[in-house]
Design a protein around this ligand. Structure first.
Ligand code: ACO
Length: 401
C-alpha cells in the first residue's frame, strides 16, 4: 500500500484521463464549441456568418485582437501583413536540401522551425512588441513558405509575393503562376479558398493547438512552437485527414462500392475508418462541413469541373448517416470530408492539403500562443502519469544476466 500523496502531490488528487477527453488545460476567450449542438463561435461570432460575410484577414484580426477590425484597422492590418510576406533569401537554400519528392509537410516542419534562426528580433517571448512582430511574420510568411514547397516539388522557380493582391490571391499566384505575370486570380476560387482558410483558422484546444501551447509553455520561441504544431497536425487523425479523405473517396471510386467500405469501417478487426468522419467534440454535424459542402458545389460549377468523387462523397454521407453504427456513435462528416474535393478542383495535389490547413491554422496557433503567454496562471505544461511498470529491484551486473 502506498501513500498516493507521495507521488501525486500533497492534495492526493490525481486524474487519469488518457487523450484529455475531460480535462481543460487552460482558460480561453478565443473559440467556443458546443459539440452536441454543432455550434462554433470565434470570439462569439458564428462560423457560418464569418465564413459567409468576412475575409480571412478579418478573422485573423478577430482571433488575435479579440474584436472585428474597423475599416481603418483592417487596412492597417492588411498592410502590416503584406510588409512581412517575403522570406529571407537564404531560406531558399533549405528547400534545395530536400528531395524533390519530399512530403511538403516535412518541408514545412523544417523551414518554419528554422525561422527563428533568421528573425532574432522576434524571439523574446516576454516582450509584447516582439511577440506581435513574430505573430505578423508567421501569418504573412506561411503562404510564401507553403507556395515554395509546392514550387519545389513541381520543379518550377520560386515566385516573390505580389502584395497588390489579397492574402489568398497572392498565395494562389505564388503557387500556380507560370509565368507569374500571366496568372489571373479567379475570384470564385479566391473566395472559396479564403473561406476554407476561415473554416480552418482555429478550433480551440485541438491536438496541434495544445501542442503549440505545450511547446510554448516552456518558453520556446514562437517559430519553434509553430513547427511543433505543424508536426502534430500532419497526423491522419488530425489535419492529415483531408488528404486521407480524398484518397479514400478516390479509392472507393463509384457509389456501388460504398457499402463495402462502410462494412469495413464498422468491422472492429479492420483498422480502416471513414476518413473525414467523426470528431472528438462534435457529436452532431460539424458546422464547418455544412459550409464546405455548399462551397464544393459553387467551386465545381464555377470551374466547370464534374468530379465523380463528389457524388461518391454525397452518397457515402447519406448511407453512413442512415446506418445504426454511425448514428449510435454520433459520427458525422467533419471539416475534412469535403475540403479535399474543392482543393483538388482548384489544382492542389493531395500532399498540399494539410499544408493549406497549417497555413490557415497558424492564425489560431498564434492567437492561442499569445493568450497563453499573457495568462498570469500560465505554467509549464507537465502532465503526470499513472505508473504501471516494475517496482523497485536490484541491478544485476551484465555478466550475471
Ligand atoms: N470510422 C469508423 N468508426 C469510427 C470513426 C470513423 N471515422 N471515428 C470513430 N469511430 C468509432 C471508433 O472505432 C470508436 O468505436 P468504439 O467505441 O466501438 O471503440 C468510436 O467511434 C469512438 O472513436 P474514438 O476514436 O474513441 O473517438 P476520438 O474522439 O478519440 O476520435 C477522431 C476522434 C480521431 C476524429 C476519429 O473520429 C477518427 O479517427 N476519425 C477519422 C479521422 C478524421 O477524420 N480526422 C479529422 C478530425 S477533424 C480535424 O482534425 C480537423
Amino acid at each position: 500500500v502506498v501513500d498516493i500523496r507521495k507521488f501525486y502531490g500533497q492534495s492526493g488528487r490525481f486524474t487519469y484521463d488518457p487523450g484529455f477527453t475531460s480535462t481543460a488545460s487552460c482558460e480561453s476567450k478565443i473559440t467556443y464549441i458546443d459539440g452536441d449542438e454543432g455550434v462554433l463561435l470565434h470570439r462569439g461570432y458564428p462560423i457560418e456568418q464569418l465564413s459567409e460575410q468576412s475575409s480571412f484577414m478579418e478573422v485573423a484580426y478577430l482571433l488575435l485582437r479579440g474584436e472585428l477590425p474597423t475599416p481603418d484597422e483592417h487596412d492597417d492590418f492588411v498592410r502590416t501583413i503584406s510588409r512581412h510576406t517575403m522570406v529571407h533569401e537564404q531560406l531558399a537554400m533549405f528547400y534545395r536540401g530536400f528531395r524533390r519528392d519530399a512530403h511538403p509537410m516535412a518541408i514545412m516542419c523544417g523551414v518554419v522551425g528554422a525561422l527563428s534562426a533568421f528573425y532574432h528580433d522576434s524571439t523574446d517571448i516576454n516582450d509584447p512588441a516582439q511577440r506581435l512582430i513574430a505573430s505578423h511574420r508567421l501569418i504573412a510568411k506561411m503562404p510564401t513558405i507553403a507556395a515554395m514547397a509546392y514550387k519545389y516539388a513541381v520543379g518550377q522557380p520560386f515566385l516573390y509575393p505580389d502584395n497588390s493582391l489579397s492574402y489568398t490571391g497572392n498565395f494562389l499566384r505564388m503557387t500556380f503562376g507560370v509565368p507569374a505575370e500571366q496568372y489571373e486570380v479567379n475570384p470564385v476560387v479566391e473566395k472559396a479558398l479564403d473561406r476554407i482558410f476561415i473554416l480552418h483558422a482555429d478550433h480551440e484546444q485541438n491536438a496541434s493547438t495544445s501542442t503549440v501551447r505545450l511547446a510554448g509553455s516552456s518558453g520556446a520561441n514562437p517559430f519553434a512552437c509553430m513547427a511543433a504544431g505543424i508536426a502534430c497536425l500532419w497526423g491522419p487523425a488530425h489535419g492529415g485527414a483531408n488528404e486521407a479523405a480524398l484518397n479514400m473517396l478516390r479509392e472507393i471510386g463509384r457509389p456501388e462500392r460504398i457499402p463495402e467500405f462502410i462494412a469495413r469501417a464498422k468491422d472492429k478487426n479492420d483498422p480502416f475508418r471513414l476518413m473525414g468522419f467523426g470528431h472528438r467534440v462534435y457529436k452532431n454535424y460539424d458546422p464547418r462541413a455544412t459550409v464546405m459542402q455548399k462551397t464544393v458545389r459553387e467551386v465545381l460549377s464555377a470551374l466547370g469541373v464534374d468530379d465523380p468523387v463528389f457524388e461518391v462523397a454525397l452518397r457515402l454521407e447519406e448511407l453512413a448517416l442512415s446506418d445504426d453504427y454511425f448514428a449510435e456513435k454520433k459520427l458525422f462528416p467533419n471539416v475534412d470530408f469535403y475540403s479535399g474535393i474543392i482543393l483538388s478542383a482548384i489544382g492542389f495535389p493531395t500532399t498540399m492539403f494539410t499544408v493549406l490547413f497549417a497555413l490557415a491554422r497558424t492564425v489560431g496557433w498564434v492567437a492561442q500562443w499569445n493568450e497563453m503567454i499573457e495568462d498570469p496562471e500560465q505554467k509549464i505544461g507537465r502532465p503526470r502519469q499513472l505508473y504501471t511498470g516494475a517496482t523497485t529491484r536490484d541491478y544485476i551486473p551484465l555478466d550475471k544476466r
